[in-house]
Write a protein that binds this ligand. Structure first.
Ligand code: PMT
Length: 402
C-alpha cells in the first residue's frame, strides 16, 4: 500500500452493522503511513464506539458540523483530503450524497470535496436491489465516484444475500488503485478499450456467446479516463460507466472489428480486453430454428482476428495491448500471441484459476512486454489489475525504444 503513504484519507462511517469492519480499514491505512481523519454519523455510534475509532486513527473522530474546533469542519476535511472512503455507506447516506442533501458532517464533507470518493455500500438485499438505491449509485458512478459493490453472504439478523460490506482487503485495494492512478499521466492520449464477449447469432433468438462480463475492460476504461485520457469503450455489455467515456455498443466480432478499425488509426493506445468469439455460424437463420424440425447442423467459420489485423496495420507510436485467456502453458501461449499479432504488450490470465478471469471481481495476470520484460500481478481487484496494465502502458510510452 505504498500509494497511501503520506496521503490524507477521510474515512466516513455510517450506521450499519458492518461499521466494525471500518476499524480494520483504518488500522491498515495508518499502518501503511496514511493520515486518517475519521467521520462518524450519529447512527454509526449505535454500532461502534468513537473512542476506538479515535484511538486507531491519526486524529480524533469528527462527528458534527458544530462541535469541531473549526467553525467549518466539512470544508477543511473535504478540501485537504486526497481521498474519501465511506464504509459502510447506508442507503440514506448514498441518497443524500447523490442528491446533494447536506444532512450531516459526512455528507457535507462529501459535497465539499474535489478528491476521489470511494463508496462501499452495505445493506439488506431488498434495499440493495431497490431501484432508488441503484439509480443513486448509477448517478454517483457517472460523476466518477468509485463504488465497491457489496458481497453475498450472511447479513444482520441471519439473512443471507447480497449486501454484505466488501471485505477490508477489497476496500483497501480499491483505495490503492484509486490513489495509484490518481495522477493525470494519460492526459492528451486517445485510448480505445474493448470489453465483454461477442455474441454470434445462430438464428433470430440464439447466439454463441462466452462468459465475459466486461468488468475488466470497464475497469481499464475508467482508470484511463481518470488518468486524463480521452476514452472510447467498444462494448458488448451494458454496465454503469463514468460520464466522459464514450461507449460504442456492438454485438458481433464483425461489428467490433468495424468499430475498432474506424478508431484505431488515430488512437495512441488500443486495449483489446474483449473475449472475441473465434467461430461463428456461416449462416444465421432469419427466424427461430424450430425444435420439431430435428437437431440442426450448424456449420461454423472463423471470425476475423481483430487484434491481428490491428497489429498488421499498427501506426507508428501506437501502443497495442492484447489479453490472453489461457488455461495451460499460460506464459508460452501468450508469448506466441504477442509475437504473431505484433503487439507491444499482452496481459495473460489463467482463467482456470480460482477468482481469475471471466465474471469475477478479481483477476491475476502476467504482463508480457515485447522487449521481454514480465510483470506478475497477483490476485487483486480488476481495478488494481487495470492500474498495473496502464502503468506498464505509460512506462513503455515514456521509455525510449531500442
Ligand atoms: O470480462 P470479464 O468477465 O471481466 O473477464 C475478463 C477476460 C477474462 C475476458 C479478460 O481478462 C481476457 O482474458 N480477455 C481476452 C479474452 C480472449 O478472447 O482471449 P484470447 O486468448 O482468445 O484472445 C487473445 C486476444 O486476441 C484478445 O485480446 C482478444 O480480444 C483478441 N481476439 C481474439 C479472437 C479474435 N477473433 N479477435 C481478437 O481480436
Amino acid at each position: 500500500m505504498e500509494s497511501v503513504r503520506g496521503r490524507r484519507i477521510v474515512v466516513g462511517i455510517s450506521g450499519g452493522i458492518a461499521a466494525y469492519k471500518a476499524i480494520e480499514v483504518i488500522r491498515r491505512l495508518v499502518d501503511s503511513g496514511a493520515h486518517v481523519a475519521p467521520i462518524m454519523t450519529d447512527d454509526a455510534h449505535r454500532f461502534i464506539g468513537p473512542v476506538t475509532v479515535s484511538a486507531l486513527s491519526s486524529e480524533p473522530v469528527h462527528t458534527s458540523l458544530w462541535d469541531d474546533a473549526s467553525p467549518i469542519p466539512h470544508t477543511r476535511l473535504g478540501q485537504t483530503a486526497d481521498l474519501i472512503v465511506v464504509a459502510p455507506a447506508t442507503a440514506r447516506v448514498i441518497a443524500a450524497y447523490a442528491m446533494g442533501f447536506s444532512q450531516d458532517l459526512l455528507v457535507a464533507t462529501l459535497i465539499a470535496t474535489r478528491a476521489q470518493v470511494v463508496i462501499c455500500p452495505a445493506m439488506h438485499t431488498e434495499m440493495w436491489e431497490h431501484p432508488s438505491v441503484q439509480d443513486n449509485l448509477a448517478l454517483l458512478r457517472s460523476r466518477g465516484v468509485i463504488v465497491v459493490d457489496p458481497q453475498e453472504g450472511r447479513l444482520a439478523g441471519g439473512d443471507v444475500g447480497t449486501g454484505r460490506l466488501a471485505d477490508p482487503e477489497t476496500i483497501l485495494s480499491a483505495i490503492d488503485s484509486a490513489l495509484s492512478g490518481s495522477g493525470r499521466d494519460m492526459e492528451g492520449l486517445s485510448v480505445v478499450v474493448t470489453a465483454g464477449g461477442t455474441r454470434e447469432p445462430i438464428d433470430a433468438v440464439r447466439v454463441i456467446a462466452n462468459r465475459s462480463s466486461g468488468k475488466q475492460g470497464y475497469a481499464i476504461a475508467e482508470q484511463a479516463h481518470r488518468r486524463g485520457a480521452s476514452v472510447t469503450l467498444i462494448s458488448t455489455v451494458e454496465r454503469p460507466v463514468v460520464s466522459g467515456i464514450e461507449v460504442v455498443p456492438v454485438e458481433t466480432a464483425q461489428q467490433m472489428l468495424d468499430a475498432v478499425s474506424l478508431l484505431a488509426p488515430s488512437s495512441d493506445v488500443v486495449v483489446m480486453t474483449a473475449a472475441v468469439a473465434d467461430f461463428r455460424p456461416v449462416h444465421a437463420a432469419d427466424g427461430k430454428i424450430k425444435k420439431h424440425n430435428g437437431i440442426p447442423e450448424i456449420t461454423l467459420e472463423a471470425t476475423p482476428d481483430i487484434l491481428a489485423s490491428l497489429g498488421a496495420a499498427k501506426p507508428a507510436g501506437q501502443t497495442l495491448v492484447g489479453f490472453a485467456a489461457e488455461t495451460d502453458d499460460v506464459v508460452a501461449n501468450a508469448q506466441g500471441k504477442l509475437q504473431r499479432k505484433n503487439l507491444d504488450m499482452i496481459v495473460a490470465n489463467d482463467v482456470s484459476a480460482p477468482g481469475v478471469g471471466f465474471g469475477h471481481d478479481t483477476n491475476a495476470v502476467s504482463i508480457l512486454l515485447a522487449d521481454g520484460q514480465q510483470i506478475q500481478v497477483p490476485l487483486a481487484t480488476k481495478h488494481t489489475i487495470a492500474t498495473a496494465v496502464l502503468d506498464s502502458v505509460v512506462k513503455s510510452r515514456t521509455t525510449p525504444r531500442p
